[in-house]
Design a protein around this ligand. Structure first.
Ligand SMILES: Cc1cc2nc3c(=O)[nH]c(=O)nc-3n(C[C@H](O)[C@H](O)[C@H](O)COP(=O)(O)O)c2cc1C
Length: 267
């Protein structure tokens, strides 16, 4: 067993196989791969949080209404672009709610499901396992919200202030060298994080791919929601992962940031 492992490891080194290729190959679904029964999946799901509770932090309710949208669906799709100039704009709580809800909000209660009564969201999710958590940082640019880092709770249509303060400089250092300004120029920065085990317990390595797909679904909805609201948006891959994870106080291994978005004034 051990010998085989080393042979494989050496093979990888000798042939310079890039890790993405090894990963992609080993995450393919085979005809003879075993699966779990629905009961086993539900048992495991019940051991995992649907959304982290952050029990000691108060729920701040979001509005139950959406910010008004005048743009048509097609104009929204065709108008989606990275904001040409990143400029801060004060947002209403309704605008924040619209973006978060379009991103990962609850749409259906799923009460008729015979196995598990978990709610369903605006985005598709492999096995309806919803492995992502959303956090955002704002420095006084959202009506009624103090500066700090917030956690989104889709099931409650609420957010929680999990760390209050001005962290502009800390976040700025976590962004790659050509874009430290983004934190000062965006109304808020969204952090899309993945709790990998929520997907990989069922789908193994392919579940990792699923978490990345899902972040793409969320980010696209966020992009479209911002565009529909005549706001600007930027997708951010250029950040130092370990610094961002440390800032969010997540371990970076079981739970790590996989994507960021910035929302700013429309232009
Ligand atoms: C995964 C991903 C990561 C990105 N990261 C950054 C980034 O860190 N900084 C940036 O300025 N733009 C970033 N972008 C934006 C792209 O540069 C932009 O989408 C691309 O140039 C196409 O332009 P458009 O969005 O206006 O259509 C990213 C886009 C994606 C999809």
């Amino acid at each position: 067993m051990i010998e085989k492992f080393w042979q494989q490891a050496e093979l990888a080194i000798e042939t310079n196989t890039p890790s993405w290729e090894l990963f992609h190959e080993s995450s393919k679904t085979g005809h003879y791969d075993g699966g779990f029964t629905n009961e086993q999946v539900v048992e495991e799901m019940n051991n995992l949080y649907e959304t982290f509770p952050y029990k000691q932090f108060e729920m701040i309710p979001l509005p139950t209404t959406f910010a008004p949208v005048e743009k048509s669906f097609l104009d929204t799709i065709m108008g989606r672009k990275t904001a040409s100039e990143i400029k801060v704009q004060k947002l209403t709580l309704e605008e924040l709610r619209t973006i978060l809800h379009c991103g990962y909000g609850v749409t259906r209660d799923n009460k008729d499901n015979e196995y598990i009564e978990r709610t369903l969201r605006t985005v598709p999710s492999g096995g309806a396992l919803y492995p992502l958590e959303l956090y955002f940082y704002t420095n006084n640019n959202i009506e009624g919200l103090k500066s700090g880092i917030y956690h989104y709770v889709p099931g409650e249509n609420a957010v929680q202030l999990i760390r209050e303060g001005n962290f502009d400089d800390e976040i700025s250092e976590s962004l790659v060298s050509f874009q430290p300004h983004l934190v000062y120029d965006c109304s808020f920065l969204l952090f899309i994080t993945a709790v990998f085990n929520r997907s990989v317990f069922k789908y193994k390595d392919k579940g990792y791919r699923f978490t990345l797909f899902e972040a793409g679904h969320v980010a696209q909805n966020v992009n479209l929601a911002a565009t529909a609201l005549d706001l600007g948006v930027i997708n951010i891959g250029g950040y130092h992962d370990r610094m961002v994870d440390r800032f969010l106080k997540i371990d970076g291994l079981n739970h790590s940031t996989i994507y960021m978005n910035g929302i700013c004034a429309g232009n």
